[in-house]
Write a protein that binds this ligand. Structure first.
Ligand code: 3NM
Length: 216
């Protein structure tokens, strides 16, 4: 199961998030210090079927070689096929209970939430960790909800026991505030995948998220 420490710097990427070879970007991000990777293949030009699976195998193998947990976004069948460490689902996807039933016991389930009510429900249904967001404005996710702000992390973390990873518009400059608010980690797409130097960007985020000595 995914542990709190692995959530510290949670990098998400699919082929549409980068102009470079995603396998190169992932390896650089790992070298820079990411602690978990999520394969999220979204957008009009996203890979489908065998192509999606093929890139998934490559990214999965990089994570295995570097002992970095590998999570698949939304696609439960693909997660099982790739022997992923977990699946991440949104509010519009299948219920947590159903997803848990379909997965081997050792696979984690993460759930995206924006409100305290969603967070409490996801925990009750068996979620292993929560993605809380969007904290700030993000242009990476189509149809993202309105930003909820750092305060929501405080509110949610008071009500639940499972770890929280914050998402949406997170950068080096605001990472410390997020950790102070009670998150176990920060989750980013563009702050690494759109950076000039992926390794350096990951390293700076890792330092920013670790600077605050926390027990979250
Ligand atoms: N989920 P960036 S926001 C994938 O709020 C995703 O659940 C969100 O990208 C949520 O780090 C988001 O570039 C996009 O802002 C995060």
């Amino acid at each position: 199961m995914i542990d709190k420490k692995s959530l510290r710097l949670y990098f998400i990427m699919g082929s549409t998030n980068t102009i470079e070879d995603p396998t190169y970007v992932l390896q650089q991000a790992i070298d820079g210090g990411i602690t978990t990777f999520q394969y999220r293949e979204k957008g009009v030009t996203a890979k489908k079927g065998f192509e999606k699976y093929k890139l998934g195998i490559e990214l999965r193998n990089i994570c295995l070689n570097n002992t970095i947990p590998f999570i698949v976004n939304d696609d439960i069948a693909l997660a099982i096929k790739l022997h992923a460490d977990g699946v991440h689902i949104g509010q519009k996807d299948e219920s947590v209970v159903n997803v848990k039933e379909r997965l081997p016991n050792d696979m984690s389930v993460g759930v995206s939430v924006s409100t305290v009510e969603e967070a409490v429900l996801a925990e009750q249904q068996g979620a292993d960790y929560l993605g809380v967001g969007p904290i700030f404005k993000t242009s990476t996710k189509a149809n993202a909800r309105e930003p909820i702000g750092v305060k929501r992390i405080v509110e949610i973390s008071k009500k639940i026991a499972i770890p929280i990873v914050a998402i949406g518009g997170i950068k080096r400059e605001n990472a410390g505030d997020i950790m102070e608010a009670g998150a176990s980690g920060i989750s980013v797409i563009s702050a690494i995948s759109q950076a000039g130097n992926y390794k350096e960007a990951a390293h700076e985020l890792e330092v920013a998220a670790t600077r605050v000595e926390i027990n979250n």
